[in-house]
Write a new protein. Structure first.
Length: 202
C-alpha cells in the first residue's frame, strides 16, 4: 500500500511540473495583433517578494514588429489577449497595465527594466519566444534567460533559475530604464481593480 501511495505521489508531482500548452487560433491572434508606435524594446519584468526580497517570477515584454508578452509558466490571462504557449498577443497599454496590476500587491512588487534595441533584436526575441514552447512550472527565469542569451547582442546573459540574478544582470546593461511598481492591494484582490476601473484590454 505504501508503494502505491509513493507511485501516486510521483505521478502527481510529474503532472504538476509539466507545461500547459495553449494554442489560440489564427483568427484570434490576427484579431489581437497590436502594433505599438514606440521604439523597439525589450522589457524584463521581475516579481519580487516584499517579505524576503526573493524573486518570484520573470517575463518579457517585447516591442518589435508587434508587441507581445512572454509570460512563461505564468498564471495571468485575459479573454481578449490570446495566448500561444506562454506568448500573449495584443499587448496594448491597457493589457500591460492589467498584467502589472495582477502581480503588484501588498506582498509583491514588480521591477520593470526596459532597454531600447534594434528592430532586428526585438524581432529575434519575438521569434525565440514563439518557438520556445510551453514552459513547465518553476522554469520561468530559465526560459527567459535562455531566450535573451540567444538574442544578438545579449549573448553574455547568464542562464539562470533565479529572477533576482537575471534582474541584476539585465540592469547592468547601458541604457536600461528601470522603475519599481508597488501596490497595497490585498492578495485576495489582486488583478481586479483595473478591470473595475475600465482598464481591461479593449
Amino acid at each position: 500500500m505504501h508503494r502505491i501511495f509513493l507511485c501516486l505521489a510521483l505521478l502527481l508531482s510529474l503532472a504538476a511540473c509539466g507545461a500547459e500548452p495553449k494554442w489560440a487560433t489564427d483568427a484570434e491572434v490576427s484579431r489581437a495583433v497590436y502594433f505599438h508606435d514606440g521604439p523597439p524594446s525589450i522589457t524584463l519584468f521581475t516579481v519580487l517578494s516584499n517579505r524576503s526580497n526573493d524573486g518570484a517570477h520573470s517575463s518579457l515584454l517585447i516591442n518589435g514588429s508587434q508587441r507581445v508578452l512572454f509570460d512563461p509558466a505564468g498564471t495571468w490571462h485575459h479573454p481578449k489577449v490570446p495566448e500561444r504557449n506562454d506568448v500573449h498577443f495584443g499587448m496594448n497599454d491597457r493589457a500591460v497595465a492589467f498584467y502589472i496590476d495582477y502581480h503588484a500587491r501588498e506582498t509583491f512588487r514588480v521591477v520593470e527594466q526596459t532597454l531600447y534595441v534594434t528592430p532586428a533584436q526585438a524581432d529575434a526575441a519575438i521569434r525565440l519566444a514563439m518557438a520556445y514552447g510551453a514552459v513547465p512550472k518553476a522554469m520561468c527565469t530559465r526560459s527567459v534567460s535562455t531566450i535573451l542569451q540567444d538574442v544578438p547582442g545579449f549573448e553574455d546573459t547568464p542562464v539562470t533559475w533565479y529572477p533576482a540574478k537575471l534582474m541584476k544582470s539585465f540592469g547592468k546593461r547601458p541604457g536600461v530604464i528601470e522603475r519599481t511598481i508597488t501596490d497595497t492591494d490585498a492578495d485576495s484582490n489582486h488583478g481586479v481593480l483595473l478591470v473595475q476601473a475600465g482598464m481591461a484590454p479593449q
